[in-house]
Ligand binder design. Structure first.
Ligand SMILES: Cc1cc2nc3c(=O)[nH]c(=O)nc-3n(C[C@H](O)[C@H](O)[C@H](O)COP(=O)(O)OP(=O)(O)OC[C@H]3O[C@@H](n4cnc5c(N)ncnc54)[C@H](O)[C@@H]3O)c2cc1C
Length: 459
């Protein structure tokens, strides 16, 4: 194997001098994602793809020299999936950010992987169209990262997650070939759905270089229902009651007092004085149907012993409430390294899971904050532990492991949208069992025979 310098020179010859970064200070901003607890090591270099074909050249170079590759979008991941591993090259797709096509007749868009989620949404909105998957990171995260993690978001409770919208992909595989998977037609069942397989594969099967998504017409702005609760279990009862009434909210989000206080500290919004726990629900049926749905949602909140319930059709007021929800995570991050769960339980178990999380917090002696895409049972308990406080970190880790245990006990899953990455590997192995893990590894070996893509993650 040539010396490192020679290796990097060969990559530079293929991509251009300014696109291969080795300066330690610059490389430092590419070595980990937002999961501050997940480990990472120094890469050989960062390769920035800037022209179509750069990804293929990088993969072929890596295959020749047996160098691992870690694909990276915006690095907003919450599981360590984009973390650099020793001796790898981080492949940054952020500059591949062209919206290639918006086709209103077919209601599809074709984009490069580095397009930021909000930019795609804004671009298609100009033509009255909507790309629904809306992770709370939508101002920063890329479509490539969203595809690789099968990102969810606020409106996914009604409209589905990224996989429900990706119909075609261009991918560089582990043999260095560039393939087009899926379709751009409304229907298509030719062969196995390999595009769907790549969605959620967390950079372990190849590099996604182009994405075709389907779009919907822009929805009605809808109505927002706000509920205040004394405790989070009551809010969980309201969430279960919303489902029991047969409602399909277009958002149903929990934010607790700890998160509200953090948002207040960051923005001065003054939310925490009002409530211990806030439940924000949206319905977007037009006209009378929307009025009826909002009324039923209010009744469900009251059934959960809400201390205050109000409804608004004022878009600005509704946006302010949702903005607080979206800011909860960045606001909490200011308090110290966060250990973030991403569990999902069936809607009937939401109150019980929330009760068990409270119990774990008391038993382990660690504060656990909560935000949740509660409408689909996707809970994000957050634990803050100081970098240098070993005891606190151990307790946070113990709470993390117990939450996963309780979630699996209730028939849930360890990750609803953030992916396995590094943080959830033990939990995913427990959830899936040895037989399914072996099937997953067999798929990985078939598509990445040299094991160059994100080794040591997920499986
Ligand atoms: C404030 C905040 C709020 C968040 N809210 C949500 C939420 O509501 N819902 C949600 O699902 N997530 C959420 N996340 C997590 C994160 O934003 C998502 O996982 C997002 O999809 C990651 O996109 P990214 O561009 O940052 O990808 P990165 O973090 O750079 O990478 C994520 C994974 O994708 C792989 N990858 C990236 N690009 C490619 C590519 N082109 N080809 C192959 N593999 C690739 C990486 O190797 C890695 O495994 C949130 C994060 C933050 C910080």
């Amino acid at each position: 194997m040539p010396a490192t310098r020679q290796l990097i020179d060969q990559l530079t010859d293929r991509l251009g001098r300014s696109q291969v970064l080795t300066d330690t200070d610059i490389v430092a901003s590419y070595v980990h994602d937002e999961a501050e607890w997940a480990p990472y090591s120094a890469p050989l270099a960062v390769a920035r793809a800037t022209r179509p074909g750069d990804e293929r050249e990088t993969v072929r170079w890596a295959l020749e020299h047996h160098v691992p590759l870690v694909a990276r979008g915006a690095g907003t991941g919450l599981s360590g999936g984009a973390n650099s591993i020793a001796g790898c090259v981080v492949v940054s797709l952020a500059k591949m950010d062209a919206v290639l096509e918006v086709n209103p007749l077919e209601r599809i868009a074709v984009v490069q992987p580095g397009v930021v989620n909000d930019r795609l949404r804004e671009t298609v909105a100009e033509q009255g169209l909507w790309y629904p998957p809306d992770p709370a990171s939508s101002p920063w995260s890329t479509i490539g990262g969203n595809v690789a993690t099968n990102a969810g978001g606020v409106c996914c409770v009604k409209y589905g997650v990224t996989r429900d919208y990706v119909i075609g992909l261009e991918v560089v595989t582990g043999t260095g070939e560039v393939v087009r998977l899926g379709r751009r037609t409304a229907k298509g069942v030719a062969g196995l759905d390999l595009a769907a397989l790549y969605v959620g594969s967390e950079g372990t099967l190849g590099i996604v270089t182009e994405v075709t998504v389907k779009l919907r017409p822009l929805p009605d702005p809808g109505r927002t229902v706000l509920g205040y609760f004394d405790n989070i279990v009551d809010a969980g009862v309201a969430v279960r009651d919303v489902a029991a009434r047969g409602l399909t909210p277009s958002a149903l989000e929990i934010v607790d007092r700890i998160c509200l206080e953090a948002v207040d500290e960051m923005t001065g919004m003054g939310l925490a004085s009002e409530a211990n726990v806030v439940l924000i629900g949206k319905v977007d049926e037009p006209g009378e149907a929307g009025v009826r749905a909002a009324r039923q949602m209010m009744a469900a909140f009251e059934a959960g012993a809400a201390t205050f319930v109000a409804e608004t059709a004022d878009a600005e007021e509704a946006d302010a409430m949702m903005a607080a929800r979206r800011l909860a995570y960045p606001a909490m991050e200011r308090k110290g390294p966060l250990l973030t769960e991403d569990i999902v339980v069936a809607k009937e178990h939401v109150p019980e899971m929330l009760r068990r999380i409270e119990q774990i917090s008391q038993d382990v002696g660690i504060t656990i904050a909560s935000v949740a895409h509660a409408g689909d049972g996707n809970l994000h308990p957050l634990m803050v532990a100081g970098r240098d406080n070993e005891d606190e970190r151990e307790r946070a880790q113990a709470a993390f492991d117990r939450i996963i245990h309780e979630c699996l006990d209730l028939g849930g899953t360890v990750t609803g949208e953030h992916g396995v990455g590094l943080l959830k590997m033990p939990g995913a192995a427990r959830e899936l069992g040895p037989q399914i893990m072996a099937m997953q590894r067999a798929v990985k070996a078939a598509l990445d025979p040299q094991g160059i893509f994100n080794p040591g993650k997920v499986f």
